[in-house]
Ligand binder design. Structure first.
Ligand SMILES: [Mn+2]
Length: 324
């Protein structure tokens, strides 16, 4: 399926568990090719000018678990053959191989992770990596998806694991990006090819140390007061750790309310905004893009990076959308 790819290759993948597992599966399949893997600057759902320049020297580029802006993809496609494997919302890039069933009308519940899509494309049997991406993206919520919870439970039973083991593995893999360690993210897929067992992941000392540090910071931020406006939780945090998505999940899933979190501490000039919505968040993506912000999301989540001066007014628009 990758016979046509010639020359030097680059794999660009999301920094989270799903991205790392998708990369692990792809790199294993592409082991006979000359290919390196990179994740974007942590927190950026796009490539910088410098990255685009550096990545113009490759003959083929594979993008996994990231909905990069269309103009980024078209820039890469000028010099390279491009393939995308993804499950985020967005629009089809017609000029390249774009394997994203969700934007082609597929039911997101049937494609819960990029790792699942990749594993299926590769024709592999169900395995730890195909499933870990799902666990990373959905955590406990996947228990509401009957079809996939059954698949996960069967896999656990056959392999002497339980759901909490998988969850812990996803937290350990995610610990690298949350601490801002880009190199560790990029190293992880190959480590998982070389030492690919559940025990290896669960016992990795560095990842466990990261995990403990992050838990302390999460606790601290969760204990900070938050506001509730018209049934929407609004929480402002200031942390240099990339824990906004985790924190938003925790707040939203505990409160069962629409949740908006703003982190003023990750970028110097911009704020991170993260939303968990009870209704389809797609209009927020459209709105954010029309305002020129870097943003993206899935059915129930929305994330944006907004220049500090524009945060308050955009948050106001988000609150109004959630209220409607
Ligand atoms: Mn994903």
């Amino acid at each position: 399926m990758f016979e046509k790819l010639k020359g030097k290759g680059l794999l660009i993948h999301h920094w989270d568990t799903d991205g790392i597992c998708s990369a692990r599966l792809l790199l294993e399949q592409l082991s006979d090719k000359d290919i390196t893997n990179k994740t974007p600057q942590l927190g950026n759902y796009y490539l910088t000018e410098e990255e685009l320049e550096n990545y113009s020297k490759y003959d083929f580029v594979i993008v996994a678990d990231m909905s990069l802006p269309e103009d980024n993809i078209l820039r890469l496609a000028k010099n390279a053959q491009v393939m995308i494997f993804d499950h985020h919302l967005g629009k089809v890039v017609e000029q390249v191989f774009h394997n994203n069933p969700v934007i082609k009308g597929g039911n997101p519940d049937k494609y819960p992770s990029a790792s699942w899509i990749v594993n299926d494309f590769l024709g592999n049997k169900i395995n730890l990596y195909g499933l870990l991406g799902i666990i990373g993206d959905h955590e406990q919520k996947i228990k509401n998806n009957q079809e996939f919870y059954r698949i996960i439970t069967d896999f656990c039973n056959e392999n002497g694991l339980n759901f909490d083991d998988l969850l812990k593995m996803a937290y350990l893999l995610d610990s690298n990006y949350k601490l801002g360690d880009k190199e560790a993210v990029e190293e992880a897929p190959r480590l998982l090819i070389e030492n690919g067992t559940a025990d290896y992941i669960l016992n990795n000392q560095k990842w466990n140390d990261n995990f403990n540090k992050l838990n302390q910071e999460l606790e601290k931020q969760l204990n900070m007061p938050d506001n509730e406006i018209d049934g929407i939780i609004l929480k402002k945090i200031n942390t240099s750790y990339n824990i906004i998505s985790t924190l938003t999940r925790k707040v939203a899933w505990t409160s069962e309310k629409n949740t908006v979190v703003i982190n003023t501490g990750f970028f110097g000039d911009r704020d991170q905004i993260y939303v968990r919505s009870k209704k389809n968040a797609e209009p927020l993506i459209v709105k954010g893009k029309s305002l020129g912000f870097k943003c993206g999301g899935k059915k129930e989540v929305f994330g944006a990076i907004v220049p500090k001066g524009q945060t308050d007014s955009f948050v106001q628009e988000i609150l109004e959308f959630l209220k409607m």
